[in-house]
Design a protein around this ligand. Structure first.
Ligand SMILES: NC(=O)c1ccc[n+]([C@@H]2O[C@H](COP(=O)([O-])OP(=O)(O)OC[C@H]3O[C@@H](n4cnc5c(N)ncnc54)[C@H](OP(=O)(O)O)[C@@H]3O)[C@@H](O)[C@H]2O)c1
Length: 380
């Protein structure tokens, strides 16, 4: 039997790599007379979940960016809509390698809180787009399992973890040194990890936990990793904040120590402080080749704030009506990667819409108070 394009198409749809290989050997041209024929085979395989076949066809010269009726990213859009993550990664890699007109960069991203919730969905998106991701995770075994899962679901092996805990000043210092020595190539930092405490808890520095994790830790990571990011510019920092920041405030004698603790208020205040820190840092680094922006990712159904406490139980009743972690990942990922945001610095986005800061966080005197106190904490 000689080579036959139609039979090869059927063999591809059946996932029969050996038979496709045979037809290729017999001289069948994968891209035939009309390149869109090949695109239709790829689409068929993507839809049927025959990802190994997609890989094989791409490696053997199939062109997914065929013209005539198909845009160059049609296969990619279909892979995305089918949630075939491995195919998304394969097609992205192909388009990056072969589309020499567009200078698509592969970024090296350090992401906190990437083992679950919004952070895990951010990691997934970044990996699908063929970027490299290093996840900061408190528990090494859990982190490694998540990294393996992400490798499997996205087909992108460039995911690793770095063990780190953001709950104290010393732990953050240790983490920063470790990142600097092991990952000097990072050019994107996403401060995503966060907590919503249902009851007051102080850390080993005597600081209230959400003040530490939601404000001081990302502040320290920005300051500590800035030289690395600057070396790898253009570089970006994305601070995952919250729309609730506008309900927060700062009483410098009370807030850092949880003396004005209230579950919602304290969460909002930690994000309020983080927002002030983003504003200050944006001014400090303007023109350096590194940018920082803050984002509210939406109201998302994750484990944030889960606890046996009454308020948490009430909130969880509503959570099923909230959006998915994938939805929550869209705006932070956009801020990290989008070309239209190249050089944009010091903004706050409510999802993808630029919002003005509330006057309270623009208050220079209040920000100075926080800066001074923060220096005291860090120099102790
Ligand atoms: N969900 C929403 O509706 C919403 C709305 C606005 C803003 N946000 C913000 O979005 C970000 C992600 O939240 P999420 O909803 O995805 O919450 P989540 O599902 O509870 O995930 C929180 C992440 O932060 C990590 N984390 C917590 N404490 C840590 C510590 N001490 N050291 C290192 N990592 C730590 C967690 O790791 P472990 O697994 O080790 O705990 C987890 O990976 C947060 O900054 C949150 O404030 C969320």
């Amino acid at each position: 039997m000689g080579g036959d394009w139609k039979e090869m198409f059927n063999a591809a749809s059946d996932g029969d790599i050996e038979l496709v290989r045979y037809h290729l050997k017999m001289g069948v041209d994968l891209n035939y007379q009309h390149p869109e024929y090949m695109t239709s085979v790829l689409i068929e395989c993507i839809r049927l979940g025959k990802t190994e076949m997609v890989k094989f066809l791409l490696e053997n010269g199939a062109d997914p960016s065929a013209t005539e009726g198909f845009g160059s990213t049609t296969t990619l859009s279909i892979a995305k809509s089918e949630k075939n993550h491995q195919a998304v990664h394969l097609l992205n890699s192909y388009l990056m390698k072969n589309n020499s007109n567009e200078s698509i960069r592969i970024n090296k991203v350090l992401l906190t809180g990437g083992n679950r919730g919004i952070g895990k969905a951010i990691a997934q998106k970044l990996l699908e787009e063929s970027h490299e991701v290093i996840i900061v995770c408190r528990r090494e075994t859990e982190g490694k399992a998540v990294a393996e899962e992400l490798k499997y679901t996205t087909g992108n092996p460039k995911v690793s973890i770095i063990q780190g805990d953001l709950s104290s000043i010393q732990k953050c210092k240790t983490l920063i040194e470790k990142i600097k020595s092991e990952h000097s190539g990072i050019n994107i930092l996403i401060n995503n990890a966060g907590v919503w405490m249902m009851e007051k808890k102080l850390n080993e520095d005597g600081l209230e936990m959400s003040f530490m994790i939601n404000y001081l830790a990302p502040h320290m990571l920005c300051q500590g990793l800035f030289p690395v990011l600057k070396n790898n510019q253009p570089a970006r920092i994305v601070n995952v904040n919250s729309g609730l920041y506008l309900k927060g405030g700062l009483d410098i004698e009370k807030t850092p120590y949880g003396l004005d603790f209230g579950s919602i208020k304290t969460y909002a205040s930690s994000k309020f402080c983080s927002m002030m820190s983003s504003i200050d840092f944006a001014k400090e680094i303007e023109g350096s080749g590194v940018t920082i922006n803050a984002v509210h990712p939406g109201v998302i159904n994750t484990g944030l704030g889960d606890s046996p406490k009454f308020l948490s139980k009430v909130v969880s009743l509503f959570k099923r009506f909230w959006k998915s972690p994938e939805y929550g990942a869209a705006a932070p990922t956009w801020l990290a990667l989008s070309e239209e945001l190249e050089g944009v610095n010091g903004n706050y986005y409510n999802e993808k819409e630029k919002n003005e800061y509330i006057d309270e966080v623009k208050n220079e005197k209040l920000r100075e108070t926080l800066r001074i106190k923060t220096k005291e904490f860090l120099n102790k």
